[in-house]
Ligand binder design. Structure first.
Ligand code: ZN
Length: 212
């Protein structure tokens, strides 16, 4: 039963990501120079609020089911700016919180050399229960920096969440890491790329969508 439930969530995530071309299949030349048969750009799904909220409800329900109750959701900007808002709205709906009791949505912005800060008059209080969210976790580097920032501010970072964990188990945060879908996306050097061997030519991600 539980297995069926999780498969259903995974299918729903995949369907929304593919409908919006946030997850595309083809033959891609990534910015790293490697080739891949899949590409992800979550902002393509986040631009549709209904879909963003659907994904957020799925994630925040898992967080709630795990007995975790953050009072602030923090996302690294710019990639998670929409996502952290959707997650906070979903968490408030699930917990029935309103007014000044609401679970807040806060973004951490990059200020210099990859250093994050929370600015613009927003405060995180010492001991506040905070959850850090990102859309796709590849290495978890940005999320780790934001966790560290919040810890330095005295917050209690109780969980990290993502739509997709494609880290292959590498991303560890020293606290519960909750994702909706775990994926192994293969990448190849041009020499070893099976799609090139089959006679195909890699294109930069986005170009196949833009010319549609
Ligand atoms: Zn190739």
């Amino acid at each position: 039963m539980e297995k069926q439930m999780s498969t259903k969530v995974e299918n729903q995530v995949e369907a929304l990501m593919k409908e919006t071309s946030a997850w595309t299949t083809g033959h891609f030349l990534l910015s790293s120079g490697l080739h891949s048969d899949q590409y992800m750009q979550c902002q393509r799904v986040m631009q549709y609020p209904e879909y963003g909220l659907t994904l957020a409800r799925l994630l925040m329900q898992k967080v709630s089911d795990a007995g975790l109750a953050p009072t602030v959701i923090v996302g690294p900007a710019l990639g998670a700016v929409h996502w952290e808002v959707y997650c906070a709205i979903a968490a408030n709906q699930i917990a029935g919180k309103t007014g000044m009791d609401q679970i807040r949505a806060v973004f951490a912005e990059k200020v210099e050399d990859g250093v994050f800060a929370i600015r613009r008059g927003v405060e995180i209080k010492a001991g506040e229960k905070v959850m850090v969210v990102e859309d796709v976790t590849t290495t978890g580097g940005s999320a780790k920096k934001v966790v560290q920032l919040l810890e330095n501010m005295g917050a209690d970072v109780i969980a990290v969440g993502a739509i997709i964990d494609r880290s292959g188990g590498v991303a560890q945060f020293g606290r519960p890491f909750i994702s909706l879908l775990e994926l192994q996306l293969e990448t190849y050097t041009a020499d070893a790329c099976p799609l090139c061997k089959a006679g195909g030519k890699a294109v930069k991600p986005g170009s196949s969508v833009l010319t549609k």
